[in-house]
Design a protein around this ligand. Sequence first.
Ligand code: TXA
Ligand code: MG
Length: 319
Amino acid sequence: MRPVTVTEEDIDRAAAALKRGELVAFPTETVYGLGADATSDTAVAAIFAAKKRPRFNPLIVHVASLEAAMALGRFDADALALARAFWPGPLSLVVPRSAGCAASLLVSAGLDTIALRVPAHPVAQALIAASGLPIAAPSANVSGRISPTTAAHVRESLGDAVAVILDGGPTSVGLESTVVACLGGPARLLRPGGAERAHIEAVLDRQIESPGGDPERPASPGQMESHYAPAAGVRLEARTVAPGEALLAFGPKVPPHDGPMRNLSPSGDLNEAAANLFRFLHELDTERVGTIAVMPIPRDGLGEAINDRLRRAAAPRPE
Ligand code: TXA
Ligand code: MG
């Protein structure tokens, strides 16, 4: 399976595959998604199988507009305000499933809620329009591993499972969407991501509750501690580098090192760092080093999501 440059014809071919119940990988502004017809139980089941994803971990459904989203979920005042402020864009809203919700129950993994997002990427928009379907799509990586920000990443890990890979080049945000639950009570942040907390709090005009608390009961079922894991180990808050380690640097002041190295942003720009994070982890991983040493990264702006991903990349791994 080779990635393709995206023409109208490719979109039609991918839309036809979705309608046949097959899987299609497509770019969004955050990361590449592994898409399936969200209304089909068998198509959605194929996503879980391809990703080896635990069945209790629900999927985000991608739609063209707020109007389309409102056919699948019930929006309270917070959800409406956030959708109007951020869509299309890197925010997913978890809301109660609507009465006549057309999406497969499998996307909700047994919950009575559904995660919805209107992506901004023109290829994602074109695919939704051409298929006329809501598209269920997790990140297009094997469960627990680094998320894909290029078509090549998808081809390496899931190339055999997909009918079509739409190659839209490297994604611009580089981190998954922020996931916010709007379930009647105060809105809760389930996963930090491409939409910044400060911007969300400005729209709602108050602070939002954070994820975490009890790591045994993740607020979002997908937020297991070990995730985004490269094959190499990951060591955080590194101020020096040991021989044999690779260095993932940030900012202008880099410790001396003559092994494999990438700098997330030499100028210290967190948006640039987010866009580079997963690609650089993929690249350093191909150097087959034992450990990737990661310099400290500020926690403001997209730094919250970057530090969340790095903490999970460094977490003890199952087995
Ligand atoms: O940027 C993104 O969000 C990408 C692109 C492809 O849209 N998608 C993505 O999907 O990151 P995934 O499956 O890797 O992450 C979805 C997250 C998981 O943490 C999952 O547990 C959570 O959203 N989620 C989905 N539905 C939910 C629900 N009903 N309740 C709580 N959390 C939910
Ligand atoms: Mg994922």
